[in-house]
Write a protein that binds this ligand. Structure first.
Ligand SMILES: [Fe+2]
Length: 301
């Protein structure tokens, strides 16, 4: 059987009916997208002669993904694809330069304490038997100018690779290793925190099951996540991955990007990273905001 089967009138009529093409009601964009998605799925079924058993196995896998969608999507490269696609559209529109964007990941929590960033900020609230990470740098605009009044949202894992609010050991207090740092006119930031470590997807979860079936691993290098927002500038979603981590060039989530791989200057068990963020100017108000992705939120501690 060839994929021509999908082109037969019976299947084309089925696709039209299934997606409400004969109805004036409903969402036209959704109808068009779902029709293409269904047709592509049907072609894959024919191309690989997918059996009924395999189809329902896939359906129950998808039904079980639940909150691990935030790990499966980066794991299969889709979240990175979105970055590449947005980069390509930016390039087409002549919007280039600045610190590269990279995946947000699923573990941001809104509501972290907003702290004054005129001095060095301590991100870590809890004891952690590990070294200290020191990070500092500037927030600049496209012309090298200092960006005033930026807010740097920082979040990272602890030395065990767990994030506060998502720690199965329940040992972390809320917002450990999470802060929003309010900067002043000079656009300079500095913080210290307990050294994060890389982590892997939860054993036995949907992302792990898929990675194993693909003969891959589910590890990320040690990294630190950022949103950088400032009036008049485009909000940046990015992260730095430790350039000397064994998984720096082999991140299961494809979050590692050129320009985001500083090698920490290690001194004993502590490390120093100097990293400047370069923002693009906002062209419209919407650029200053965040994507509407659903995020966890908690009350400030
Ligand atoms: Fe992360």
């Amino acid at each position: 059987m060839t994929e021509d089967f999908v082109n037969t009138p019976a299947i084309q009529v089925l696709l039209d009916k299934a997606t409400g093409q004969d109805s004036a009601e409903g969402n036209p964009r959704l109808k068009a997208i779902l029709r293409d998605l269904l047709e592509a799925t049907m072609r894959v079924i024919v191309r690989h002669d997918i059996s009924e058993n395999e189809f329902w196995a896939a359906a129950s896998y998808i039904a079980g993904i639940g909150h691990e969608a935030g790990l499966v999507a980066p794991g299969v490269g889709l979240e990175h694809f979105l970055d590449l696609y947005m980069d390509a559209k930016d390039a087409e529109a002549g919007r280039e330069g600045g610190t590269p964007r990279t995946i947000e990941g699923p573990l941001y929590v809104a509501g972290a304490p907003l702290v004054d960033g005129t001095g060095e900020v301590d991100l870590t609230s809890d004891p952690d038997d590990t070294g200290t990470l020191y990070m500092h740098g500037a927030i600049r605009g496209p012309g090298g100018e200092a960006v005033p009044n930026a807010i740097v949202h920082v979040w990272h894992a602890n030395s065990q690779g767990w994030y506060s609010h998502f720690d199965p050991t329940r040992e972390q207090t809320p917002f450990n290793n999470r802060r929003r740092i309010q900067l002043g006119d000079e656009g300079r930031y500095a913080f210290r925190s307990k050294m994060p470590n890389g982590y892997s997807v939860p054993p036995g979860g949907s992302a792990d099951v898929l990675m194993q079936a693909l003969g891959r691993h589910g590890n990320r290098p040690a990294h630190v996540h950022f949103f950088v927002e400032a009036p008049g500038y485009r909000t940046l979603t990015t992260q730095i991955n430790f350039g000397d981590d064994p998984f720096a060039a082999d991140d299961f989530a494809f979050g590692t990007r050129e320009g985001l791989l500083p090698v920490p200057n290690r001194q004993g068990d502590s490390a120093h990273i100097a990293f400047d963020f370069v923002l693009q100017r906002a062209e419209e108000k919407e650029d200053e905001g965040f994507s509407t992705r659903q995020r966890f939120a908690a009350e400030p501690a």
